[in-house]
Design a protein around this ligand. Structure first.
Ligand SMILES: Cc1cc2nc3c(=O)[nH]c(=O)nc-3n(C[C@H](O)[C@H](O)[C@H](O)COP(=O)(O)OP(=O)(O)OC[C@H]3O[C@@H](n4cnc5c(N)ncnc54)[C@H](O)[C@@H]3O)c2cc1C
Length: 357
């Protein structure tokens, strides 16, 4: 495995910002992951684990240690009674895996079509969209503990899955390299049509197949620039930049009251309202940041209020200043603190494995 030096990181991200990695390696096997870790340990270099770079803001100063891109391949599937198990290498492209499940007529991840990035990153923030989350179908996660070198098989119940979070981005943040994820899907199962946009799409059009649902999700995502498409400047983003805030009951009531007093109504869907989850996009748009806002290097996507886009030539510093401004204004207007969804890399080193000689 080749270890490269001073590698520009921006091209490895969908937002296209970030400086150089002091060292960079791509591991195509577990042995190569081990080799890379040994290299970082030997140099006392901090390690950052990279997937497809679609959920990152990398600092202009780059990364002072080793960036390890996990490229472990492989999609293997086996059948149990009605359940199809897929063992998938962490380096597989997520959407290629989704496409293969649909080809095999297995349901469970069809609504997650078109999410960029690698399979290995999906448990980290428990990716979700259009009524499905990976935690619905993850059976287990095989992860290598960076300090001890042990491979640990995490059963789903031990992964600590919640909305956009898991053990891997909270308590055990930066401690593991995920090597493989096993999914349990339903062979011949029905597609899930729970989300309003999907229901509308299929309104009175019979019973759609898995392939039709996958295509509908891809089309809806493309219309919102939530599908990476070369030439679509609005997709030069890190996806949704903020999580939907989950409020306490009194806070939720206060917010509704505030909105009513201003003649506004917070959009509410049963699934959101039940958890007192507020659409972050609504908060952003109603704090002075409409779709298409901004005319410099950085702005809001013309197709999605939650996506901060690099309109060309943006720096990480500009992105961070812009997101700070949004957070400040949303707090001023609505007394709600928006939490970032993407991971900040190189702004501080504490949350990732850092080796001292
Ligand atoms: C246009 C667009 C649309 C998006 N839509 C959605 C959406 O609908 N729903 C959603 O949930 N997300 C969405 N995202 C966010 C992103 O695609 C997901 O979070 C995705 O899972 C990130 O995968 P990645 O491989 O690119 O990870 P990266 O961005 O490379 O890394 C993300 C985090 O995971 C860690 N990581 C990556 N691989 C591993 C590994 N093998 N082992 C340990 N840690 C690892 C990294 O260290 C980092 O902390 C979107 C992003 C974009 C750009």
């Amino acid at each position: 495995m080749e270890i490269q030096q001073d590698m520009p990181l921006a091209p490895f991200t969908t937002l296209r910002v970030g400086g150089l990695a002091r060292f960079f390696a791509e591991a195509l096997s577990v042995d190569e992951v081990r080799e890379a870790i040994a290299f970082a340990k030997g140099r006392g270099a901090p390690l950052f684990v990279l997937g497809g770079g679609s959920n990152l803001v990398i600092a202009d100063s780059g990364w002072p240690g080793l960036v390890l891109k996990v490229g472990i391949p492989g999609i293997n599937h086996r059948h149990g009674r009605g359940t199809a198990y897929f063992d998938v290498g962490a380096g597989e492209t997520w959407d290629d895996f989704v496409a293969s499940t649909v080809q095999h007529n297995c349901s469970g991840v069809e609504c997650l079509s078109g999410i960029p990035g690698s399979v290995g990153a999906t448990p980290v923030q428990n990716v979700g969209a259009y009524g499905q989350e990976v935690s619905d179908t993850i059976d287990s996660v095989l992860a290598l503990h960076i300090e001890t070198g042990h491979e640990e098989e995490y059963e789903k119940a031990d992964c600590g899955f919640a909305y956009r979070s898991s053990h891997f981005n909270t308590g055990a943040k930066g401690l593991y390299v995920i090597l493989r994820v096993t999914f349990a899907l339903t062979h011949g199962g029905e597609p899930r049509i729970a989300y309003a946009d999907l229901k509308k799409h299929f309104n009175s059009r019979g019973e759609p197949t898995l392939a039709e649902v996958r295509q509908a999700v891809l089309d809806i995502r493309a219309s919102k620039a939530m599908l990476i498409q070369p030439g679509d400047e609005d997709s030069r983003s890190a996806g949704s930049f903020f999580k939907n805030p989950v409020l306490t009951a009194p806070h939720f009531d206060q917010l509704n009251e505030k909105a009513r007093a201003r003649g506004l109504q917070i959009p509410s869907y049963p699934a959101l309202a039940a958890k007192r989850k507020v659409p972050a996009a609504w908060l952003v748009e109603n704090s002075g940041f409409p779709k298409g806002y901004g005319n410099g290097h950085v702005g809001i996507s013309r197709k999605h209020a939650l996506a901060i886009v690099n309109r060309g030539g943006a720096t990480a510093e500009e992105i961070v200043r812009f997101k700070d401004e949004i957070q400040r204004r949303v707090h001023e207007h609505w007394d709600v603190r928006l939490e970032m969804e993407p991971v900040m890399v190189g702004f501080e080193q504490s949350p990732v494995a850092s080796f001292r000689r």
